[in-house]
Ligand binder design. Structure first.
Ligand code: HEC
Length: 125
């Protein structure tokens, strides 16, 4: 990389930097709205800096494990409501509800909106 860059002019380097800066901006604002993108990133990867586990670690898309309900395609207001209840520790549930209470503990209101929008956007089936 050092060799490759040493042969480019500073003007070229600026163009390259602009090019890559625009690339990431395009994927953030393209077909997927920023809110959906935020929900997707949280759902798939979580946020280590805030101690939030990715939801997909437990809630797989196929809903194969009955202990972990399928989220995709559930109504947005329902998802928001459930997440708020888990976060406040008032949801109740089955034998594994405590697992989800911990998973929701660090979520902000914005996280909850973004996650509900993300999962709610999948087709119901
Ligand atoms: C460590 C595993 C785990 C992680 C990570 C996890 N969940 Fe859960 N989740 C559960 C379990 C177990 C339940 C079932 C709780 C019950 O009702 O007993 C559940 C239930 C839910 C429900 C209620 C669904 C329904 O049909 O009522 C929602 C909504 C939910 N999770 C959303 C999320 C979101 C969003 C994330 C990511 C921020 C997440 N979960 C991360 C284990 C997990």
């Amino acid at each position: 990389m050092k060799v490759a860059l040493s042969r480019t002019s500073s003007e070229d380097r600026k163009k390259l930097a602009d090019y890559f800066a625009n690339q990431s901006a395009a994927t953030e604002t393209g077909r997927v709205s920023e809110k959906d993108a935020r929900g997707r990133v949280l759902a798939e990867r979580g946020d280590r800096t805030r101690g939030i586990a990715g939801c997909a670690a437990c809630h797989d898309a196929a809903g194969v494990n009955e202990a972990y309900p399928r989220l995709a395609g559930q109504p947005v207001p329902y998802l928001e409501n459930q997440l708020g209840l888990f976060r406040s520790g008032n949801r109740g549930g089955g034998a594994y509800a405590g697992v989800m209470t911990r998973a929701a503990a660090g979520l902000s209101d914005d996280d909850i909106h973004a996650l509900a929008a993300y999962y709610g956007a999948f087709p119901q089936d």
